[in-house]
Design a protein around this ligand. Structure first.
Ligand code: MG
Length: 417
């Protein structure tokens, strides 16, 4: 049997853990630069705030209903996610971390799902303060479907393909099935397949002929045949990317180079954390020329002689790209840096004709010390001089909560009277 553990309104729930005053209030969490809604409390959902709504379109509702708007705090969310996954891994052997707020479990088919669901729900709530909904089923697709019903019907729910659940499957639109996107929904509906029951009873070979093997797998999974095993080992990342849109266009080359250096520092830190190195760096920008409203996209890649995760090397490379391709009188609106061709740190170098690794041999120690300090006191506590000093380009986050769980200076203070 499979289970899917899904955190309820995850980003909002993380905020509520440290702000009990937010309980039962309409809350929305906004994306970078406070631009769009990326999470809503149940109260905000009931007021009709759509997911992805731009802030300027819902200002009247925010005012009318006194909705709390919070800037996103991914440092907090990812730390709480890590704690939740730790709790799950302490309870179960087979855990697949599916996303920041979802994990699949594989369980013994004979377990009492309602008891197990209660146990998992209460343990996570006790150790992290986050409420969860847990769906069970003989396949991952059915467990995922059960989770969406668990959200409305209680903390746990079970669905399989047998007659007692047919009424339920008939009432479930195919768009709610995992893997059935908007395009597939439209096409299935044209063939009279409108709900989960219709798809379950469709001929799998017809589905394969008319669509593909992925769609056929969905049909088989709905019939209780497991085609999607648990992925216990996370696939190595193939690339890492950092992007940022600026609140105001940037025209100054040095300013842009400083921002690129800051991204370079974060990429180096992330690569070392993953024990990986990169062999190619790409810098891309989105810009307009002065007086021109149209947006242009520019992208340049440098292939490195040796793979690296040394911060100073990454910074030097991305700054060189900007030095070479910067154009004056240009309003830079967005920058992105991508590290590709990632490989494991301990694999031997792809040998370059002129090996520069000796010259850089003392740099890993500098990075190691920087990482230790930054991990302890927060990323950016110590950084190379080339990184942005000014904060004018930094996200507009008007209402960001503290990093309660990852920064000593942000610990919650409790006063007893
Ligand atoms: Mg969720």
């Amino acid at each position: 049997m499979f289970a899917l553990v899904d955190c309820n309104n995850f980003f909002v729930s993380c905020e509520k853990v440290f702000r009990p005053d937010l309980e039962e209030r309409p809350i929305v969490v906004l994306s970078n630069n406070d631009s769009c809604v990326i999470a809503r409390s149940n109260e905000a959902k009931l007021l009709g705030i759509p997911m992805g709504a731009p802030l300027f379109e819902i200002r009247h509702l925010i005012k009318a209903y006194n909705i709390e708007t919070l800037s996103c705090n991914f440092e907090l969310y990812s730390d709480i996610s890590r704690r939740i996954m730790n709790v799950l891994q302490s309870l179960q052997k087979n855990v697949e971390i599916y996303s920041i707020d979802e994990a699949f479990l594989e369980l013994d088919a004979t377990i009492n799902w309602a008891e197990e669901g209660d146990k998992i729900h209460h343990q996570i709530l006790k150790y992290t303060g986050i409420p969860t909904s847990i769906g069970f089923g003989p396949t991952k697709t059915l467990a995922k479907l059960a989770t969406s019903h668990a959200k409305t019907l209680g903390s746990s729910y079970y669905i399989d393909h047998t007659p007692p659940y047919h009424k339920f499957l008939k009432a479930t639109s195919i768009s709610k099935i995992w893997g059935v996107g908007a395009k597939l929904t439209k096409s299935f509906k044209q063939h009279g397949i409108c709900n989960a029951y219709d798809l379950m009873t469709a001929d799998p070979s017809w589905v394969r002929r008319n669509y593909n093997i992925v769609a056929e797998r969905i049909v088989r999974e709905l019939n209780g045949f497991s085609c999607l095993p648990l992925t216990l080992v996370q696939e190595q990342k193939k690339s890492l990317q950092l992007t940022r849109s600026f609140p105001h266009p940037i025209r100054d080359k040095e300013n842009l180079k400083q921002i690129a250096a800051r991204f370079g520092m974060r990429l180096g830190f992330k690569l070392r954390e993953l024990s990986q190195k990169t062999s190619a760096l790409t810098v891309y920008t989105q810009h307009s020329f002065s007086g021109d409203q149209s947006l242009f996209f520019q992208q340049h890649t440098v292939v490195l002689a040796d793979s690296t995760n040394t911060t100073s090397v990454i910074i030097q490379q991305v700054q060189e790209i900007i030095e070479n391709f910067f154009s004056p009188n240009t309003d830079y609106q967005k920058i992105g840096i991508i590290a590709t061709d990632l490989r494991e740190e301990n694999l031997p170098h792809k040998h370059a004709l002129f090996d520069s690794s000796k010259a850089l041999s003392n740099k890993p120690n500098v990075d190691k010390v920087m990482d230790e300090i930054n991990k302890r006191f927060g990323l950016g506590t110590i950084h190379p001089l080339s990184c942005a000093q000014s904060t004018e380009w930094v996200n507009k986050s008007h209402n960001k909560s503290p990093a309660y769980t990852t920064n000593w200076t942000n610990l919650v203070q409790v006063k007893a009277q």
